[in-house]
Write a protein that binds this ligand. Structure first.
Ligand SMILES: [Zn+2]
Ligand SMILES: [Zn+2]
Length: 116
């Protein structure tokens, strides 16, 4: 987001560009702070759950959670990473992954990180 704002400011030229820059400039520190906060939240999230590479389905089968290739349930795009990692495209977090036996392994982070 910060880069986007800076690009918009850098590319703006002329009188209208000046107005645009004046409008956008105060937003840069805010955007930067938000970016850092998001990074911090995601790194904390990640370090708190680094050990979570496997889980067990209700029948006791071991289900690998990654790193692997996953399809986001929300946007249907594939990404490499952890099963319960936020999707890099739409930021949605998988509610569950399916075991080979078709029973779901629920995401233990879902309640804590997403409210109800
Ligand atoms: Zn997605
Ligand atoms: Zn199973």
């Amino acid at each position: 987001m910060t880069r986007l704002l800076l690009t918009a400011i850098a590319e703006s030229q002329g009188a209208s560009g000046l107005v645009l820059s004046a409008l956008l400039a105060p937003a840069v520190p805010l955007a930067w702070a938000l970016d850092r906060l998001a990074e911090l939240a995601s790194s904390r999230w990640w370090s708190a759950h680094l050990g979570l590479c496997q889980a067990r389905c209700p029948r006791g089968h071991v289900v690998e959670l990654g790193p692997a290739s996953w399809e986001c349930a929300a946007c249907k795009l594939s990404f490499d990473g952890h099963a319960f990692e936020p999707c890099p495209y739409c930021s949605s977090i998988a509610y569950a992954v399916l075991c080979a036996c078709s029973l779901p392994v629920l995401n233990p982070l879902w309640d804590g990180d997403n409210g109800d």
